[in-house]
Design a protein around this ligand. Structure first.
Ligand code: F0G
Length: 471
C-alpha cells in the first residue's frame, strides 16, 4: 500500500504572480480615516490581504486563459456560446441557458417576469441583491432558514437547510397564487456559507411539485455545496462531485448563477431553466419571456452582456470547479482558517462555511453595543493592524437609522466575513490572517465603537461614513 499523506496542498503551481502591497500602520490609519472607516471606500492598493468577497476575485487557470484566446466574438451564434451552453447543460441538465453579465442580472430578469406587488418569495436566506431584486418588484423576500441556522455557535452538518414546516405553512397561509416561485441558496451565503442537504433539496422539490410551484436554485456555490454533501450526507461519500451536482440540479426547475463564484471566472452568470412542468398562464413560455427581457438590457441571447472570451472562461471554470482535488483543498483551507481562529479564542460561526469564515463580532467585542457597530469596528481594526480587508455583515447592513436619536434596534447578528478568493492566497497568507486575529483578540478591549456620520437611504453599508464613538 502506498503511504497516504495527510497534508492537503494547493492543487496548482503558480505561473503568474501579482505583488501585494505592504503599508505602514501610520499609512493605514490615514487611509482608514479618509475612507470614513468604511473598507469599501479604500483603494485596493492600500490592502495587503483582501477578504472582502470571493466574487470575481479568483485566479483563473492556464486552461481558462487559453480558452479566452479561443473566444469567438461573433455577435450571434458564437462558438463560445455553444461551449458555454454545453458546459452548463452537462452539469444542470436544464434545456434553456441564458447568459447574463452576473448573478443579479439573472435575478432581475426572472423576478421581473414572475413577481408582482404583494407576492412572497420564500428562500432559506436571500442574499442582499436577491432580496433587493425581489423587493424592487414590490414582493416580499421571506427567509425561512431552519432554526439551527440562526445560532452561530451550534454545530450541525447542514445549517443552510430551509425549515420545511415553515415553508409549507407559508404556502398554505399566503396561498399558491401569491407565491411565484420558491428558492434555495446553495450554499447559504447570508447564513454563514452553510450547505443545504440533498434531503432538504429533495423535500423542497416535492413540496413545490405538490403545490404546482416553480423551484429555483440560487446556485452560486453549488460545487462547494456538493462537496459538503459528499463529506457529510449518508450515501454520497463515493459519488463524484459532478454526479452530486447533477442530482442537486435535477430537483429544481432552474437556477440563477453568479459565475464569479463557482464558475471560477472574474465576471459572468446565467439563468438556466427547464420548460416549467405546469401548464398555466403564470409559467407559460417562461424561458422565452426571460430571453425577451435579456435582449432589452443585457444583449442577444448567445452572449447576454458577456464577451465571447468570458463565455469560454466560464465553460472551462465550471469543469475545473468540480475536480475533487480542487474542492478538497478549497473546503479544507477555509476550515483551516476557522480552526486557527477558534484556537486563538475568536468566536466564529460553526462549523466553518465553504467560501468564508464568519466572526461573531458581538461575542468577540461584548463591550461595544450593537448601535456602535462591533462588526465594523473589528473590520476596521483588522485593516489598521494588519492590512486585511474583511466585510461587515451585521448592524451596518441590516440595521435601520432611527429618527429620534434613540439607538438603532439591534440586528439579529453582528458578523465579520473573511471571504476567501479562489486559488489566490496560499497557506502562509492564511497563517498571517490567523496570527493577526490572535493579536487583535489579545487586545480586544482596546477596540472602540463607531458612529455613523453619513449614510445613504438604501444599502448604506457600501457608502456610509463613520468616526470613533465617544467614550
Ligand atoms: N446570490 C448569492 C448567494 C450571492 O452570494 C451573490 C453575490 C449573488 C447572488 C449575486 O451575484 O454578484 O454576480 O450579481 N455575492 C457576492 C458576495 C457579491 O460578496 O457574497 P452577482
Amino acid at each position: 500500500m502506498p503511504h497516504k499523506f495527510q497534508t492537503i496542498i494547493e492543487p496548482f503551481k503558480i505561473k503568474a504572480v501579482e505583488p501585494i502591497h505592504f503599508t505602514t500602520r501610520e499609512h493605514r490609519a490615514q487611509a482608514l480615516a479618509e475612507a470614513g472607516y468604511n473598507l469599501f471606500l479604500l483603494h485596493a492598493d492600500d490592502v495587503l490581504i483582501d477578504l472582502l468577497t470571493d466574487s470575481g476575485t479568483g485566479a483563473m487557470s492556464s486552461e481558462q486563459w487559453a480558452g479566452m484566446m479561443r473566444g469567438d466574438e461573433s455577435y450571434a451564434g458564437a462558438r463560445s456560446f455553444y461551449a458555454f451552453e454545453a458546459a452548463v447543460q452537462s452539469i444542470t441538465g436544464y434545456s434553456h441557458v441564458i447568459p447574463t453579465h452576473q448573478g443579479r442580472a439573472a435575478e432581475r430578469i426572472l423576478f421581473g417576469v414572475l413577481c408582482h406587488p404583494g407576492d412572497v418569495v420564500p428562500n432559506n436566506n436571500h442574499f442582499d441583491t436577491t432580496r433587493a431584486n425581489v423587493e424592487y418588484r414590490g414582493a416580499e423576500a421571506r427567509d425561512l432558514v431552519a432554526e439551527v441556522g440562526r445560532h452561530p455557535a451550534e454545530l450541525h452538518p447542514f445549517k443552510g437547510n430551509i425549515d420545511l414546516e415553515a415553508l409549507e405553512r407559508t404556502i398554505v397561509e399566503v396561498g399558491v397564487d401569491k407565491i411565484p416561485l420558491a428558492m434555495l441558496t446553495v450554499t447559504n451565503n447570508a447564513g454563514g456559507g452553510q450547505p443545504v442537504s440533498m434531503a432538504n433539496i429533495r423535500a423542497v422539490s416535492e413540496l413545490c411539485r405538490r403545490h404546482g410551484l416553480l423551484f429555483i436554485l440560487d446556485a452560486c456555490r453549488f460545487a462547494e455545496n456538493a462537496w459538503f454533501i459528499k463529506e457529510r450526507e449518508e450515501g454520497y461519500a463515493d459519488k463524484a462531485p459532478l454526479e452530486i451536482a447533477r442530482e442537486i440540479f435535477s430537483y429544481a426547475d432552474g437556477c440563477t448563477m453568479s459565475a464569479k463564484k463557482d464558475g471560477l471566472a472574474n465576471i459572468g452568470g446565467f439563468l438556466a431553466l427547464n420548460d416549467p412542468p405546469y401548464d398555466n398562464e403564470r409559467y407559460r413560455d417562461l424561458p422565452q419571456r426571460c430571453r425577451n427581457q435579456l435582449i432589452l438590457t443585457e444583449g442577444f441571447p448567445t452572449y447576454g452582456g458577456l464577451a465571447g472570451y468570458d463565455l469560454e472562461a466560464i465553460a472551462v471554470g465550471l469543469r475545473e470547479v468540480l475536480r475533487e482535488d480542487y474542492l478538497r483543498y478549497r473546503i479544507r483551507s477555509t476550515a483551516y482558517l476557522g480552526e486557527k481562529l477558534l484556537a486563538a479564542g475568536v468566536p466564529i460561526v460553526q462549523p466553518p462555511g465553504g467560501h468564508a469564515i464568519y466572526i461573531d463580532a458581538r461575542a468577540m467585542l461584548p463591550h461595544i453595543p450593537p448601535h456602535q457597530y462591533p462588526g465594523q469596528a473589528l473590520a476596521a481594526a483588522m485593516y489598521l493592524e494588519a492590512g486585511i480587508r474583511p466585510v461587515e455583515i451585521g448592524q451596518v447592513v441590516f440595521g435601520r437609522p432611527t429618527h429620534d436619536g434613540s439607538p438603532e434596534t439591534p440586528s439579529h447578528l453582528d458578523l465579520v466575513r473573511l471571504t476567501i478568493p479562489r486559488r489566490v492566497y496560499t497557506q502562509s497568507h492564511i497563517d498571517y490572517v490567523a496570527e493577526a486575529l490572535a493579536y487583535i483578540a489579545g487586545r480586544r478591549e482596546q477596540i472602540g465603537g463607531l458612529r455613523i456620520t453619513w449614510q445613504a437611504p438604501v444599502l448604506r453599508h457600501f457608502t456610509a461614513r463613520f468616526e470613533p464613538a465617544k467614550g
